[in-house]
Design a protein around this ligand. Sequence first.
Ligand code: PMV
Length: 357
Amino acid sequence: MKETWIQEAFQGEVPEGTHNSVKWQSPSNIALVKYWGKKGRQLPQNPSISFTLSNCKTETSVFYEKSDRFGLRFSFDGKEEKKFQTKIQGYLMENQEFFPFINQLDLDVRSRNTFPHSSGIASSASSMSALVMCLLDIERQLKGASEIDLRKASYLSRLASGSACRSLFPTMALWGATEAVPDSSDAYAVSLESQVNPVFKNYRDSILIVSDAQKEVSSRAGHALMDGNPFAEVRYATARKDVNELLQALTTGELEAFIRITESEAMQLHALMMCSNPSFILMKPNTLRIINALHEFRKETDIPVCFTLDAGPNVHVLYPNDYAELVERFIMDELERFCANGQWINDLVGPGASKCD
Ligand code: PMV
């Protein structure tokens, strides 16, 4: 597949006077079955499944014009950002074979996130997938093609930042080869939209910001720690089993199974960090307070609400749209006090990447 995409890349002359812009938005995603541990070039050790979010997203514009050499400027929220510029430059240089036309372009990339910078929410999935969509849209215009191949976009997003490959698709995505989904691959994610029960299509995710500090362990370092983790093989086998069981629950809409697998996956991720060498405790006391209060609330009310965690202390509270009012009231009354400056972000499952007018 990779070879064909290289051959298909626009290899021609960029016409003199070319001068245009593209703008895309792409959301963040939250994994239910986690990708934690990789091999080769950003390939996952096990398949993962995620909800695509709506409100937490990156909007990126790329202004481009014909030039006799590659040029790049990057600004975030209107300010030049050298660190991210270096990251993008590195990515483009490493993957020039897919984007040969950039050697004839001057690129001015302007990006912003819709979620607060200090929310502790990683933005690499949304930002890298938005950038890839812009670059492929430029290529589409140069080729005079009508559409962008989402599988190729997912492949290229994966090379930029692993889990970014899952952000492009509506509702839910699966990344990683599994027999249960025939067109699945380690190299790109596929949409699960057509096979998920309607209850999941507007599922809610309220993100409780327990700490707005930078990540304690980068995901790069976290994935690397799996190499020496004594439970690694058991983990990869368990993740495969969780993927199979979750796929079934997603089709039938069985929320009990959904809750059991989702919470177990979050706990496994954190348990793996605790038994890595060196070990990390990424939860904070308030993370545990929230989880305990949530479990009490579920027991008392029978409302099918559950949580998941990313590689940090913030809690994603997940629930069907029908219970939005009751759960939000509970968050305001009982959980908000455990959030840094009372911060939480109300999000829900969304449509994936889209072009901005
Ligand atoms: O895509 P990365 O390298 O930032 O890794 C993501 C790791 C987790 O967020 C913890 C899990 C996941 O599958 O998104």
